[in-house]
Design a protein around this ligand. Sequence first.
Ligand SMILES: C[S@@+](CC[C@H](N)C(=O)[O-])C[C@H]1O[C@@H](n2cnc3c(N)ncnc32)[C@H](O)[C@@H]1O
Length: 240
Amino acid sequence: MSNGWNESAAAWIAEMGDLGDFGRRFVLDEPMMALARRRAFASALDVGCGEGRFCRMLQPLGIRTIGVDPTEALVAHARAQDPGGDYRIGTAEHLDFEDQSFDLVVSYLSLIDIAQLDTALSQMTRVLRPGGSLLIANLTGFTTAGMVFGGRRPRGADKHAGYLDEHASLVRWGDISIRNWHRPLEAYMKGLLEIGLQLRHFSEPRPYGGPDEKVRRYLKAPYFLIMEWVKPGPAGPARA
Ligand SMILES: C[S@@+](CC[C@H](N)C(=O)[O-])C[C@H]1O[C@@H](n2cnc3c(N)ncnc32)[C@H](O)[C@@H]1O
């Protein structure tokens, strides 16, 4: 079954523009970049890189990036935007890299798109160097449980029904129609703990700009979280 990404790619690219949508530009980018800056990471793998925006943001820090994404139209756009960059077709569940290849692995709002979470987490951890970081931005479970975004929730439907059970739903807004996975927070935490990663950072970021109305709506029901998990081993150097 298609996850809708190829069909939605053009609309997605238009919505992201160069600067990203409200959530990326005004809630996530700054804290994600602050975490990427904290250590002197030399190499990064962005899993579910989409059209490659975050790879391009990391490169000025001197980080060699590779972006992986299964959606051909998004990878083609990433390559067109950044002809010298390295963007590959692939999935989180089958990362075609040697063990311990990267200092930093990023999942920027892609875990909700990935069908086999435990396989993906084990692949991301496998390609991470000891001491390296897995940096995650994700939607909160209370958001994904009742996710309809631009669509209308059926009258009387419970917003958080089925929170504890993993399920996929089709999410539509504008010309975008994609499949997203809902999982309770426990599923992510359990998977990450069982794989032996250590939590170094957790935050529920606040908007630092953007249109008042969007900020007000976000503060009423915040929908992002950020985590940095470290693979045990000697920590790399802090950034000078
Ligand atoms: C919400 S977008 C995020 C893209 C980008 N990281 C960003 O923040 O703009 C989710 C991405 O996950 C990708 N994706 C879907 N299934 C995937 C899988 N199994 N493994 C890796 N990425 C996947 C989609 O193609 C899409 O580009």
